[in-house]
Ligand binder design. Structure first.
Ligand code: PFF
Length: 454
């Protein structure tokens, strides 16, 4: 039985939904600590290069597959390459976003908890000497982070249950513009803090001696993660995009807004990190460790402004995390409803249950399970590295090979140029085709190989 599929209603809705998926904890939480860990501005330059040369072509590959097939990732492979092993790519890209959702939701939970603390004036009311261990105490506890993770996941499931148009489209259309305004306000505040200039310098002065094979792999992994690529998310969203939309414009629009947001987030956090005297290489806790410190310090002077900025900040983080997490869940929901005939409710509950259990293990890996090591990493770090550095680029590589080498040039061109009606796309097609067939695959493989050998 062919069910009527939903579509996004307008170009703005497409860009908002895709940018909503791209802009998330990857920009606000992950990007600043990667920049801190891998040496500041030099990492940012590599990240920008990877985003536009290696990762943007994958965006086009996924949107071409999604819109042409009008299917979930598995169905897309079944339709475009029936009876071939490509179906495994379809399956891989259903599993990986659910794994990401599991640990992402733990960090989403942290933002729920912090918003709660901001609303109850916890940052301003705690004595300064106790603020230091704030984050450590919270994540190493057993229950509180699990409750927060549960609340976050329930919100994600709620939006997904409302559907593509009434849930995803409505939520992202309202929240994305607000997010930009919020992050700009916070950036202005952060760069005006005393001692902030060292943080600004860190973000703009490159030190190329910091670049190694692992830096390049990390930059590429971050670019994939941040643009939500290689996991079928953009493919699934593209399957809801109308035939007259412009793939080139949505790709560039999404990539540019994602980059802009990451840079803004960097400028809103790094100056504050330096102003607070925290080391930029503090790892995944960076943002969450820095912020209580800032809000506490601010609070001594003017408590209500501090509380207000804190609330704005955590609303920003929470909303950004939600618009990304819904895109991860939608991949599996689309698969289960379309391929397995499940109801949207059952599919959503199944994925939520899986992500909940795995997320609990990730959450406990900061506390009671901190002794468990997988290849030298905690459960949380292991899953994050597995996804960002390996599964996402591998999925991306296979998508670009599929479009560049399995689909016919004529079909790809037809999809990219809307049947030749888009002039700029037609003119640029030669370049995009070259990037898709050669530059992106060779580049990704080169990063893999150097990372394995060095
Ligand atoms: N792009 C999201 C972020 O930057 O937070 C993370 C993400 C979303 C990764 C969706 C993968 C995905 F499928």
């Amino acid at each position: 039985m062919i069910k009527q599929r939903e579509n996004f209603g307008s170009r703005a809705a497409v860009i908002m939904a895709m940018a909503g998926s791209a802009i998330g904890l990857g920009n606000i939480w992950r990007f600043p600590y990667m920049v801190g860990e891998y040496g500041g501005a030099a990492f940012i330059i590599l990240y920008i290069l990877c985003s536009f040369i290696l990762v943007l072509p994958i965006f086009f590959a996924e949107t071409i597959i999604g819109r042409r097939s009008r299917s979930n990732t598995f169905g897309a492979m079944r339709k475009l390459a029936p009876g071939t092993a490509w179906k495994w790519l379809g399956l891989l890209t259903i599993v990986s976003p659910i794994i990401i959702l599991s640990y992402y939701s733990v960090v989403g939970g942290w933002s729920v908890e912090y918003l709660f603390k901001a609303l109850t004036f916890d940052f301003t009311d705690t004595p300064p000497d106790q603020i230091q261990g704030f984050f450590g105490r919270f994540i190493s506890a057993t229950w509180r982070p699990i409750v927060a993770h549960t609340v976050f996941l329930a919100m994600v499931a709620g939006i997904i249950l409302a559907g593509v148009k009434k849930g995803i489209e409505k939520f992202t259309k309202i929240t994305m513009p607000i997010l930009f305004v919020l992050v700009v306000i916070i950036t202005i505040y952060s760069v005006s803090l005393p001692g902030a200039s060292k943080g600004v310098e860190y973000l703009v002065k490159p030190d190329f001696s910091k670049i190694s094979a692992s830096t390049v792999a990390a930059a590429m992994g971050q670019a994939f993660f941040s643009l939500s690529l290689g996991v079928g998310t953009i493919l699934t969203y593209a399957s809801y995009v109308r035939k007259d939309e412009n793939i080139l414009a949505s790709g560039v629009g999404t990539a540019v807004s994602d980059l802009l947001f990451a840079i803004l987030a960097g400028f809103s956090i790094m100056p504050a990190v330096f102003a607070a005297g925290i080391t930029p290489g503090a790892g995944p806790g960076l943002v969450f460790e820095t912020l209580p410190f800032i809000f506490n310090k601010m609070g001594v002077a003017i408590p209500w402004i501090s509380a207000l900025v804190a609330i704005l900040f955590f609303v920003t983080i929470l909303v950004a995390a939600l618009t990304s997490a819904i895109s991860m869940m939608e991949v599996g929901v689309a698969y289960l409803t379309e391929e397995k005939g499940m109801k949207r409710l059952t599919a959503t509950l199944a994925i939520t249950a899986f992500a909940w259990v795995v997320g609990i293990l990730c959450s406990l890996s900061f506390g009671p399970l901190s002794g468990v090591s997988l290849l030298g990493n905690s459960i949380f770090d292991f899953l994050d590295k597995l996804c960002s550095n390996w599964l996402l680029p591998a999925g991306g590589l296979l998508f670009t090979l599929f479009v560049g080498w399995k689909m016919s040039r004529a079909d790809v061109k037809d999809e990219f140029t809307n049947g030749g009606t888009l002039k700029a796309n037609t003119r640029l097609f030669g370049l995009i085709w070259f990037l898709l067939r050669f530059v992106a695959p060779v580049g990704i493989v080169a990063v893999f190989v150097t990372n394995l050998l060095l």
